[in-house]
Write a protein that binds this ligand. Structure first.
Ligand SMILES: [Fe+2]
Ligand SMILES: [Fe+2]
Length: 181
């Protein structure tokens, strides 16, 4: 990122990066890194994609940074689960940073890729109900946050590629056995 772009990005998000509540996310592990680092990567990529697709740059930067703004892991409570943590993050983002409706909606729909995976592999995360209508991004900014989160997550999990490949193979096998009729 050039100096000029970095300055613009920093201006959009510096209040969040220095906020004591957001700094708490440094303590949480996420994809083998801290949630703070993960969120910053997603925000930077969202900003870059936002420039390419002529999106609202302030909104994609802030929604990218706040998309996982909840404390603890996804297994700690029902509100932090795979499909509920986006709503928790949006509520926190509203409470601490008064995000716009556009930003809030983009945060809420950032797990759309997980819904699609669930539709392809019904065996994944069976305890949660996934509605395409509810989770489908409703704006260009929403699609950008969703795509950035997926891309960054895959890159961060690179070191676990073998485990991932093994798990996907296992899931495929289970799905074939359980749903072949
Ligand atoms: Fe997330
Ligand atoms: Fe994320």
């Amino acid at each position: 990122m050039t100096k000029r772009l970095k300055c613009e990005f920093d201006e959009f998000v510096c209040d969040i990066l220095n906020d004591e509540h957001f700094l708490e996310t440094k303590k949480d592990l996420h994809h083998g890194t801290s949630k703070y680092e993960h969120s910053l990567r997603v925000a930077k990529l969202s900003y870059r994609l936002g420039r390419i697709f002529k999106a609202d740059l302030r909104s994609v930067s802030r929604a990218g940074l706040l998309h996982d703004f909840f404390l603890g892991t996804r297994k700690d409570s029902p509100e932090n689960s795979y499909l509920r943590h986006p709503v928790t993050a949006a509520t926190n983002a509203q409470k601490y940073f008064n995000v716009s409706n556009l930003e809030s909606e983009a945060i809420k729909t950032h797990m759309f890729h997980h819904v699609l995976i669930k539709k392809i592999f019904p065996f994944v995360n069976r305890e949660e109900k996934a509605s395409v209508k509810e989770f489908k991004p409703k704006s260009k900014e929403g699609w950008i946050i969703c795509a950035s989160d997926l891309l960054i997550s895959v890159i961060e999990c690179e070191r676990f590629q073998f485990t991932y490949a093994f798990n996907v193979a296992l899931l495929l096998l289970f799905n074939i056995i359980l749903f072949k009729n």
